[in-house]
Ligand binder design. Structure first.
Ligand code: PGA
Length: 245
């Protein structure tokens, strides 16, 4: 099957291309299910979707969203929680029904049960039409760190030391970064109809090249995307330096 990829000159152009893909899904199927990602990479995608809602009446009124992951251990309402991120950067700007926006519940007494509930919830939507992904410098997708199994489903995971370090830029200090999360599994992600992975910047180049051209391996969880029939990597030129033209 192989991973199809496109290179854009910069982060802005790549973000617009992803916004185009998401808009096309929303226009074709108003009651679509969107799988969403957090982190710094998709911020411009969300800003563009918000603009299209405001200026071009892009309609989210019947859409459902499921997010890849959520940190464990932050108090409710914490500015770095992903539920806060989604509200801040997307949901409050668009006409989505908040009851149809879903992130793993990390405040339940039994977190494993909560992860299982989220897996069932994703299934009960009827399936994700389009899953947006970023990629970690270690090849993680969601918080499926190296070592994650191809058949993994939504579960409680430990963050890799490199991820904790990398995400410390959003916190006062590295010791404030949560150590655990609930994440969709590799199998959960691979059930989406269509997957778009956005990666920009030279720090992602090695992980991107390995994901596309390397062996399918737990060492680079994004390499499992090679087994999916409809995956598109949207890259800027810096993230694509490891790929042949
Ligand atoms: P980033 O994170 O967008 O903040 O680089 C991506 C990821 O870790 O999946």
């Amino acid at each position: 099957m192989g991973i199809h990829w496109t290179v854009y000159p910069n982060h802005h152009e790549a973000s617009l291309a992803v916004a185009d893909t998401i808009s096309a899904v929303l226009i074709e199927k108003t009651a679509c299910v969107l799988g969403l990602a957090t982190g710094s990479t998709p911020l411009e995608v969300y800003a563009e979707l918000a603009r299209r809602h405001r200026e071009e009446a892009l309609d989210f009124g019947k859409a459902t969203t499921v997010n890849l992951d959520e940190y464990i251990g932050l108090p409710p309402g914490h500015p770095q929680s992903y539920v806060h991120y989604m509200h801040e950067h997307l949901f409050r700007h668009i006409n989505i029904d908040r009851d149809r926006t879903h992130l793993p519940n990390v405040h339940a007494a039994d977190l494993s049960e909560s992860a299982n509930d989220f897996e069932r919830l994703v299934e009960s939507t009827g399936g994700v039409d389009l899953q947006l992904l970023g990629i970690g410098t270690n090849g993680h997708i969601g918080f499926n760190e190296p070592g994650a199994e191809e058949d993994s489903v939504t579960r409680v995971v430990d963050l890799a030391p490199g991820t904790i370090h990398s995400n410390s830029r959003f916190f006062e200090s590295e010791s404030d970064v949560p150590r655990r999360a609930i994440t969709m599994g590799i199998a959960t992600i691979l059930r989406a109809q269509k997957i778009v992975l956005l990666a920009t910047g030279d720090s992602k180049a090695e992980a991107v090249a390995e994901a596309i051209n390397g062996p399918i391996s737990r060492d680079n969880p994004a390499s499992f995307l090679q087994t999916h029939a409809n995956v598109h990597f949207v890259l800027d030129s810096a993230a694509a330096v490891g790929l042949a033209n």
